[in-house]
Ligand binder design. Structure first.
Ligand SMILES: Cc1cc2nc3c(=O)[nH]c(=O)nc-3n(C[C@H](O)[C@H](O)[C@H](O)COP(=O)(O)OP(=O)(O)OC[C@H]3O[C@@H](n4cnc5c(N)ncnc54)[C@H](O)[C@@H]3O)c2cc1C
Length: 288
């Protein structure tokens, strides 16, 4: 299929981009990597009056360490994030998750800002941002604001972005001493969206998980923290019994969809299977 006609703009600055967004109101759409938007245009699921292509906007694709933490620009490609030594060092959870995002060709074009703004509930990056307590930086014509990832994702393909706003970066706060990360997922084939994914960020001492942040993707309408499972694990000596209590607690944390890829029961089962791996790894890393 071919897209419906649209005007095409290729701004070179953020100010120009924001002015164009304002000019078109709700009818202008940002084009980043195009990996989701272009198919949606071709199938006429999206019919914007104008595309605002931000691929030539300078200053949006950097990855840098700043006092607030690791700042990853909205136009940083998944592939650049995957291979960044700064990300490997300061946000290893994201580095581990990136190879699971589609195939390399998709990662070479797809962007951090696109993934965050799209808010696919099965996407890996939003779950990582939630686990890491990251912040989304948002610009509009008159102001800039920052919002916790936990407040940003509102529903299936729905975020807190208001009309005329654009994601400019995500900020991962500095990782505190003793915290470790693991990203794991199960998909039918490599490169598929996750049936279930787990971004785990925990602090362990010996065989005790002291604190845990467990964010799942693919099991609710947004990435979701498994707060009850976190509580069931925290401060307890790891044992098969504690793991199975945490697994049971997961049932109340998750609200998996029923779709062609799997039943809620299957996704709940997979989430429990995923939980065991990172938790055991965190403790055995300290006490090999
Ligand atoms: C075959 C295939 C498999 C895939 N598998 C996965 C997967 O396993 N996991 C995964 O997470 N993703 C997957 N993706 C999605 C892909 O990785 C991209 O992350 C995703 O498409 C969005 O990034 P993009 O840069 O391509 O955004 P685009 O397609 O350009 O835009 C997507 C949406 O976000 C908006 N947008 C883009 N950037 C911004 C911004 N800075 N501010 C505000 N709005 C913005 C656009 O207007 C549009 O509505 C897959 C895609 C394909 C085609």
């Amino acid at each position: 299929m071919k897209p419906a006609p649209f005007a095409y703009h290729r701004p070179t600055s953020l100010a120009e981009t924001l002015a164009l967004l304002e000019r078109y109101g709700g009818d202008g759409r940002i084009l980043a990597g195009g990996q989701s938007l272009v198919p949606a245009l071709n199938m006429r699921l999206a019919t914007p009056a104008a595309l605002i292509d931000i691929n030539r906007v300078s200053g949006l694709d950097g990855i840098s360490l700043q006092p607030k933490g690791l700042v990853i620009g909205a136009m940083a490609r998944h592939d650049a994030v995957e291979h960044s030594s700064l990300v490997a060092r300061h946000a290893p959870l994201i580095a581990q998750a990136m190879p699971h995002v589609g195939h390399r060709a998709i990662r070479i074009r797809g962007t951090v800002g696109g993934s965050v703004a799209l808010a696919d509930p099965a996407a890996e990056l939003p779950a990582c941002l939630l686990a890491l307590d990251a912040v989304i930086r948002i610009a509009s014509p008159r102001t800039e604001r920052e919002m916790a990832a936990g407040d940003f994702f509102r529903g299936v393909y729905t975020t807190a972005l208001a009309q005329g706003e654009i994601v400019t970066a995500v900020i991962v706060p500095p990782i505190r001493l003793g915290w470790r990360s693991r990203f794991v997922e199960l998909a039918r084939r490599h490169g598929d969206f996750a049936l279930v994914g787990l971004a785990a960020h925990c602090r362990a001492e010996g065989d005790v998980i002291r604190e845990a942040r467990l964010a799942f993707c693919g099991v609710a309408s947004t990435p979701v923290r498994a707060l009850r499972a976190e509580l069931a694990l925290s401060g307890r000596l790891l044992s098969a019994d504690v793991l199975s209590q945490a697994g049971r607690a997961l049932d109340a944390d998750l609200d998996p969809p029923e779709d062609v890829h799997g039943s809620p029961a299957l996704r709940r089962h997979l989430a429990r299977v995923l939980l065991a791996g990172p938790v055991a790894a965190f403790t055995s890393e300290v006490n090999p």
